[in-house]
Design a protein around this ligand. Sequence first.
Ligand code: SF4
Length: 407
Amino acid sequence: MKINSILDKALEGGELSAQEGAVLFTARKEDFQRLIVVSDELRQRRVGDRVGYVINRNVNFTNVCVKRCGFCAFSRGHAAGEGYFLPVEEILRRIGEALELGGTEVCIQAGLPPGIDGTFYIELCRTIKKSFPGIHVHAFSPEEVLYGATLSHRSVEDYLKALLDAGLGSMPGTSAEILDDGIRERISPGRISTSNWVRVVRSAHRLGIPTTSTIMYGHVETGLDRARHLALLRTIQQETGKITELVPLSFVAAEAPMTKKSLIAGIQKEAAREDVLRMYAVARLMLNEWIPNIQASWVKQGPSLAQDCLRAGANDFGGTLMNESISTSAGATHGQFLHPSQIRSIIRSAGRTPYQRSTSYGVLRVFESEPDVPEPAWKNEQFGSYHELIASPDYRFRNRGSFVQLH
Ligand code: SF4
């Protein structure tokens, strides 16, 4: 298969197979340049020149987890000194602060803490919506939903219905990494299986709960593994139409246990710039018709490379975050928030028009120019950092008996 003929097929609107996607992942030099140009052309045709962002806050309410994924530097054991568990008052305080700063979404994901009641996620969602009815709760990975359902002896469908009743707005399509059990077994033994991930996501979509989708790349997978993963996401989307976006997440190797402890042979040392751009471009070519929104991840790539991704198929810049723990713990050094004005400046420098969006890609405000009255500045101190949190004596998981719990 020639790369040029695959690019022509994509330009004509043809649906690329996983095998064709795998060939595109081999594109180098002039082929690579052509791939990027085609991805930019398809993005322009499909979604135009606007680039979205959302004002959101991440709340990773605990880092204590019963699993030990090889790529995860975030999790701690239940007795670890650095294990924390935010009480509900602190979770609500953080959300209230985000709302005052213009936030429209809270994104909640965490470890899988031992000893919680199975209804914990449902009650947390209900409590948040009771306190802040206007906030969009984007929460709980398929792995967390399965954990909650298992602990409460309910079917996944029943559990999702209860989350929906409690006010869940959408789910992150994380815990996907590469949807191939052989790879999952190598990088994260015990992780949610491919079939269970698909089952949870399909069930959510059937109930009307949208999800994002993700791919974590740049570790042990091949180009064909990536392309098959994209093809599987496309198949789900063709059935349900409830995937809002794809977020490619490059593996952050620095602090990952499987890198530090040399647990796995053949592991790559993070995706290089060209590989990041190739990932975005191939995703655009394979998904363009079905999943039009592809998000650049500034927290993984840094603002500069994330900006380059806007020329390789991406049309979204993600969220402001305010707090970031998972990539930071893995060794990412790009900070924990971007102010909306910084995001808009990056988008404008790429020659595109920024717009603030809702979680579900509704247009809230298009910024043809900067507002006359600038928004107040944000400071790191006001959000508190991940490293302070794990070093602080406050909120220790092993002392959690003193916290006000939801159950
Ligand atoms: S990736 Fe999630 S499930 Fe795996 S160890 Fe980390 S927190 Fe736990």
